[in-house]
Design a protein around this ligand. Structure first.
Ligand code: HEC
Ligand code: HEC
Ligand code: HEC
Ligand code: HEC
Ligand code: HEC
Ligand code: HEC
Ligand code: HEC
Ligand code: HEC
Length: 444
């Protein structure tokens, strides 16, 4: 009996300690006032109550508080709050993540107006499409109307490089969805998939078709994505997600919020170039791969990737870029974007087809490397782009421009010989023999 009583008192003390340790005891009086009114928004309040922030006593007011005089300060039932909780606000408690995010390309993604993509969106398309298209991924320039209310042409917006009223750039909730701010949600590929998909940057589709994505889908329950610490090789080993390769920790590397930290190539530019300090970045990515593969395998993969990038650059991208330059310089077409057939063909060659190819190659999606990739690049280059260069030169009364182009970029180049001269005899004989041996068919 005595023992049981002791046990019960120990349990009671533990229960009391636990109760005192819950967030309920730590909620500030300001946050309590927010909660009293905001209970009618369960999708906000209940999500927050399931969060680590609730556990730690970080409430509505601790995030939304603003100072009188802040550009976006809202006088709200006796409290001064702001609607946007910017990277700078989060940075009061998470300074490292905030600084890394600020240094990344992500934080600059809102500055896209004065690009060809920008002209395409705003002029060829139209402003409402920019608001719900481009800016929903890239980020708007948020404007304040009065008393902290935000201009509906610029808000709601969750773009990755949003320009916030306080001058900071980015949106942490682009990846960490409110109000749960659940770490597992951010580690899943779906967190990136809102933006990284589609005809011009199909990272999500590439991942899903890769063996990495296949293992992710098979073993997602074994990946311990809810662990506080999530080190590849220690907490999980079955598959990498986007976060594993681009952000998360390895036994020798910390988490980074600069998603470019491990990329040695720029694979989205018209012609791919090395990134700044690329050797260091390459080592950082190889270190990730090495938790699951041996170094020779990883080196060999990178030599395949480098060869692929060289093929795209040298055979198609550089010639196409220079050919468009010549057509403009020689007055065959004018200097405006998107008003000539060749502008569209060249655009799709690098911005859609060429990117798909490079992203497929970099992230183990063979269908994107070839069929949606180099196949489409080659089909465009030989069957649309060059023929357009020809007939545009002729229509402009300058056929010699096309002749000069062919002489400079096609003739005498072994990689293009088949286009002007056809396949060589030996290759055709081999082809015939193969079809006969394998299918008993004739090649005409
Ligand atoms: C007296 C009730 C009341 C209190 C107290 C209150 N709110 Fe609100 N809040 C509302 C209502 C109602 C709305 C809906 C929009 C409106 O009527 O302004 C709202 C809207 C908001 C919005 C969105 C505004 C917009 O225009 O999109 C934010 C952010 C917000 N509240 C945060 C807070 C925070 C943080 C606190 C605590 C410091 C708080 N509220 C305290 C009632 C309240
Ligand atoms: C960890 C910080 C954090 C906490 C804690 C927090 N919020 Fe928010 N809240 C945000 C972020 C981030 C946004 C999205 C705006 C943005 O992108 O900056 C937001 C948006 C909102 C909005 C407007 C968007 C909508 O869907 O209507 C309301 C209202 C709001 N919060 C109310 C609350 C209330 C009430 C609480 C307390 C239960 C709370 N917030 C706690 C960070 C926080
Ligand atoms: C007042 C301080 C404070 C503010 C402001 C704040 N946080 Fe936190 N945050 C914490 C604390 C404390 C924890 C829990 C302990 C830890 O993981 O550091 C936490 C944890 C987190 C986690 C990890 C959650 C998990 O499941 O492990 C994420 C993600 C996060 N915060 C994101 C944000 C974002 C995004 C913002 C801004 C919208 C923000 N925080 C604003 C204090 C804050
Ligand atoms: C579905 C989300 C999404 C939409 C919609 C979108 N983009 Fe993008 N954009 C991205 C992503 C993701 C990248 C980065 C691609 C990569 O790294 O491979 C990107 C890249 C870019 C770049 C290249 C940036 C650089 O540093 O090289 C520009 C410029 C751009 N987009 C402008 C636009 C414009 C303008 C629109 C609308 C006409 C638009 N985008 C629509 C997601 C989007
Ligand atoms: C591109 C998506 C993305 C953006 C944007 C982003 N995060 Fe994260 N964040 C992640 C991922 C993924 C993790 C999980 C890393 C891991 O532990 O594997 C994470 C982890 C965290 C953690 C927990 C770190 C730890 O040591 O456990 C905090 C805190 C955090 N983020 C805060 C922020 C803040 C603040 C911002 C805005 C300045 C932000 N994040 C923007 C994706 C993002
Ligand atoms: C809300 C949209 C959005 C989300 C979500 C998003 N990104 Fe991005 N990402 C972009 C855009 C837009 C760019 C191009 C930025 C630029 O160069 O202007 C980009 C660029 C990148 C780059 C190239 C960076 C560089 O320095 O070259 C990487 C890598 C990347 N994102 C990885 C991720 C990962 C991993 C996630 C998920 C954890 C993620 N992104 C989530 C929109 C997004
Ligand atoms: C197995 C590791 C791995 C996974 C998983 C992975 N990536 Fe990558 N990613 C890479 C490598 C390797 C590169 C090229 C690195 C280089 O430049 O050296 C790359 C490049 C990129 C780029 C840069 C493209 C550019 O235009 O420059 C983006 C953006 C990106 N990845 C996003 C994602 C997203 C989003 C996911 C998930 C849907 C993802 N990655 C999954 C390894 C990975
Ligand atoms: C968390 C473990 C893990 C990480 C990290 C990882 N991989 Fe893998 N990788 C795998 C698994 C599992 C397979 C499937 C193995 C098989 O073929 O049976 C695989 C397959 C591959 C393949 C073969 C693709 C195919 O279609 O046959 C290549 C190439 C590859 N990985 C390269 C990389 C590179 C490069 C990195 C780093 C950028 C990397 N991996 C990171 C686990 C990982």
């Amino acid at each position: 009996m005595k023992l049981n009583w002791m046990r019960i008192s120990v349990l009671l003390v533990m229960a009391l300690a636990l109760f005192a340790g819950t967030a309920a005891a730590k909620i500030s009086k300001e946050t309590q006032a927010c909660l009293d009114c905001h209970e009618s928004m369960p999708g906000v309040v209940k999500q927050w109550e399931k969060s680590e922030h609730w556990q730690a006593g970080v409430g509505c007011y601790e995030c939304h508080e603003a100072k009188k005089g802040d550009v976006d300060a809202m006088d709200h039932y006796g409290y001064t709050v702001s609607i946007i909780v910017s990277p700078r606000d989060c940075g009061r408690c998470h300074p490292d993540e905030s600084a890394e995010q600020e240094a990344s390309h992500h934080s600059k993604a809102g500055d896209i107006l004065n690009t060809k993509d920008g002209v395409l969106g705003q002029t060829v398309g139209g402003e409402p499409a920019v608001v719900l298209g481009c800016r929903s991924c890239h980020g708007s320039v948020v404007k304040v109307i009065e008393n902290g209310k935000l201009d509906p042409t610029t808000w709601p917006n969750g773009g990755i490089g949003r320009n916030n009223p306080d001058g900071s750039k980015g949106s942490c909730s682009a990846c960490h969805q409110r109000h749960r701010f659940n770490i597992e949600q951010a580690r899943r590929p779906e967190a990136c998939g809102k933006c990284h998909l589609g005809p011009d940057h199909p990272q999500m589709e590439v991942f899903e078709e890769s063996k990495h994505g296949n293992n992710y889908l098979t073993y997602e329950d074994e990946l311990n994505m809810d662990h506080a610490k999530w080190v590849v090789g220690e907490d999980y080993d079955a598959a990498p997600t986007c976060a594993t390769c681009h952000m998360s920790a390895t036994p020798t590397q910390g988490i980074t919020h600069d998603v470019g930290d491990r990329n040695s190539w720029n694979l989205r530019a018209p012609v791919s170039k090395r990134t700044k300090n690329w050797e260091k970045k390459l080592d950082a990515m190889k270190d990730v791969c090495s938790s699951c593969h041996n170094p020779n395998y990883v080196d060999a993969f990178y030599s395949q990737l480098d060869e692929f990038v060289a093929l795209y650059n040298n055979k198609f991208a550089i010639p196409a870029k220079e050919i468009v330059g010549i057509l403009k310089k020689e007055g065959v077409v004018d200097n405006q974007p998107f008003n000539d057939e060749i502008d569209w063909l060249y655009w799709e060659l690098w911005h859609h087809e060429g990117r798909r190819a490079r992203h497929g190659a970099a992230m183990n999606g063979p269908d994107y490397a070839w069929w949606h990739g180099i196949y489409d690049v080659a089909k465009n280059f030989y069957k649309e782009f060059l023929p357009a260069a020809k007939h545009l030169s002729e229509e402009a009364g300058k056929p010699e421009v096309y002749k000069m182009i062919i002489k400079k970029y096609i003739d005498g180049r072994p990689e293009h010989e088949w286009y002007t001269k056809g396949f060589d005899k030996k290759r055709m004989e081999e082809l015939k023999k193969y079809y006969k041996d394998r299918y008993n068919q004739k090649v005409e």
